[in-house]
Design a protein around this ligand. Structure first.
Ligand SMILES: O=c1ccn([C@@H]2O[C@H](COP(=O)(O)O)[C@@H](O)[C@H]2O)c(=O)[nH]1
Length: 239
């Protein structure tokens, strides 16, 4: 299992390179893995990836692709060429879409002789609670649907899923130890939930079987982001 500071992924949900530089410099060697999502990537584009690569940071490029199989497969090829460590699709795009993406990622990485990024699938967003879920006329429960989507992602050849820590144990049982479980919705005791619903503490997320913890605002909006990150890493180490 990777070291804790590889297993903590800090979500860089900011708008500008100035904010990126300030956070990455403040966090220093405490954090080696960052998530770049739509807020940052749509604002500054490749500049943030180049900056993080120069500092030897691993990048999870969280663009949650969702489209027909050919479009997502070609998008996945483009993201593979960027040399990031992890990319993702929406599992609700279906088995054929996930399979096409997985095949294209493997083909592209091997043609370029570069490391294959982990391709993972978003199951059910961690902000979703039962009220929102029912409003969408979903019939299965959230945990049932998460496990179902995780199994489909595994069948399609993906490397893992994004899910709430609350479903991590079920996914581990259904998909095994080698299938990566990436969990946002992580909140240290006493931290604001913000718009997250299905949450757990860092220690509980690890105990439930999560491989990677994604943490954004509890670190990036903290008065002292480095101290907040170190406290989470300490909790992870003890767990
Ligand atoms: O189900 C999901 C999928 C992705 N996310 C992303 O993770 C971070 C969480 O940030 P916090 O500030 O710690 O809430 C954010 O970038 C989301 O886009 C998620 O939360 N849930």
């Amino acid at each position: 299992m990777e070291q804790n500071n590889k297993r903590l992924i800090v979500a860089l949900d900011v708008d500008t390179m100035d904010e990126v530089r300030q956070l990455v410099e403040t966090l220093g060697d405490a954090v080696s893995h960052y998530k770049v999502g739509m807020q940052l990537f749509y604002s500054v584009g490749m500049e943030c990836l180049t900056y993080l690569r120069e500092r030897r940071k691993d990048v999870f490029l969280d663009l949650k692709m969702h489209d027909i199989p050919n479009t997502v497969a070609q998008g996945a090829a483009s993201l593979t060429r960027l040399g990031v460590a992890m990319i993702n699709v929406q599992a609700s795009g279906g088995l054929a879409m996930m399979r096409a993406a997985a095949e294209k990622v493997t083909e592209t990485a091997s043609a370029l002789n570069i490391p294959r990024p982990k391709l993972i699938a978003v199951t059910v967003l961690t902000s979703m609670d039962n009220t929102e879920w029912t409003l969408l006329r979903n019939v299965a429960s959230i945990p049932d649907q998460v496990v179902h989507l995780a199994k489909l992602a595994k069948e399609a050849g993906l490397d893992g899923v994004v899910a709430s820590p609350q479903e991590a144990e079920l996914i581990r049982k259904a998909c095994g130890d080698d299938f990566a479980i990436v969990t946002p919705g992580v909140r240290p005791l006493g931290a604001a939930l913000n718009d997250q619903s299905r949450v757990a503490t860092p220690a509980d997320a690890l105990k439930a079987g999560a491989h990677y913890l994604v943490v954004g605002r509890p670190i990036t909006k903290a008065q002292d982001p480095r101290a907040a990150a170190l406290a989470i890493l300490d909790e992870m180490r003890k767990a």
